[in-house]
Design a protein around this ligand. Structure first.
Ligand code: ATP
Length: 328
């Protein structure tokens, strides 16, 4: 790979774009089927993603040539977001710059509403947002397939953050097939105090499988498959049917690590939710509601229950990463 040539940075040109803002959604896994532990340490998944209208906003602006990238963050819990090169948004900037031989001289600002380490793919969303924003800022016009390829290299959930809507993820979750959704679903998300580490939740899932005596390896656990009934519920836009088929193989592991999640799940059900589940690796809890009014009632009850730090309503499916503003 050649050394980045800063003279090719297109932001110096008169009339160049000076700031780009991209909005990017959170996700909930309406089905997360986890296969056995592979020899490479990963698990095969059947992962049915639904993007929901809880958003981070990622704004990129050029910095002085050769200054390199930096990131700032605003919103709740930003003290838990790394502000060095390990931030997934900066890793996305670096990957795109390397692909085009451009020096990654940008300031990335993340205005964060997606819970941090909450099982809603917040970091992945920021990576997809920064990638799209820089592609517009630098005028690099990267083909969609190449952007998706870069996303997959950054993390299993990043390609879905770019495309949004609903999709089935196979492999580690990064091999996507778009899914048809026949209506709007109303959700409530209960944000926990603190986060859970995704690798720790997978390790706990394996440990629980070993304890149950079923084994945790690829030969012990059935191949993860999407549920035909769940896919039919999505296609029909039928909330009651979807509620009956929501599933998350990581839920018992998340609850084992944070037993208070059982109280949160129970509080939402008592308030009239159609169904409750842990979102991805948690600890955010997701509640499916009949309609907007029911969702609002569940959110009010959850806030009053003392079992979560915050409760937000959101609908899905939501669009993937979207350019909101490009200033010249
Ligand atoms: P997923 O659902 O994809 O497993 P998550 O939603 O549980 O992820 P994230 O919010 O993506 O969790 O954060 C996981 C960890 O990633 C954080 O604890 C943090 O250390 C790190 N991280 C890196 N970049 C970011 C970012 N831009 N925003 C939030 N966390 C980030």
């Amino acid at each position: 790979m050649s050394t980045p040539d800063t003279s090719t940075a297109r932001t110096d040109a008169p009339g160049a774009t000076t700031s780009v803002t991209v909005r990017v959604p959170a996700k909930v896994n309406v089905q997360l089927a986890v296969g056995g532990l592979r020899p490479d340490g990963f698990h095969d998944l059947a992962n049915v993603f639904l993007a929901v209208g809880l958003y981070d906003h990622v704004t990129v602006t050029p910095t002085a040539p050769t200054e390199g990238p930096r990131v700032t963050c605003s919103g709740p819990d930003t003290d838990r977001v790394p502000l060095d090169r390990s931030n997934l948004a900066l890793r996305a900037v670096d990957a795109l710059a390397l692909r085009h031989g451009i020096s990654p001289d940008v300031h990335v600002h993340i205005d964060k509403d997606i819970p941090v380490a909450g099982g809603m793919a917040g970091g992945s969303a920021d990576a997809a947002g920064a990638l799209l924003a820089c592609d517009v800022l630098w005028g690099t016009r990267t083909p969609r397939e190449e952007l998706l390829d870069i996303c997959a290299g950054l993390g299993s959930d990043v390609p879905f953050s770019l495309v949004g809507g609903a999709a089935l993820g196979r492999g580690r979750g990064e091999v996507l097939t778009p899914l048809e959704v026949g209506g709007t679903f109303h959700w409530v998300f209960a944000v926990a105090e603190g986060g859970l580490s995704t690798p720790a939740v997978y390790r706990e899932c394996d440990r629980l499988r070993e304890c149950r005596g079923t084994g945790a390896g690829v030969g012990d656990v059935p191949e993860p498959e999407p549920s035909p009934a769940l896919l039919a519920a999505l296609r029909a836009g039928d909330a009651s049917l979807l509620a009956a088929h929501l599933s998350n193989d990581l839920q018992s592991a998340a609850v084992s690590l944070l037993p208070s999640l059982d109280d949160t799940l129970a509080a939402g059900m008592a308030a009239g939710a159609l169904a409750a589940l842990v979102s991805g690796s948690g600890p955010t809890c997701a509640f499916l509601a009949e309609d907007a009014t029911a969702a609002s009632d569940v959110a009010v009850a959850l806030r009053a229950s003392g079992t979560c730090r915050a409760a937000h309503t959101a609908t899905g499916p939501a669009p993937g990463a979207t350019v909101l503003r490009a200033e010249v």
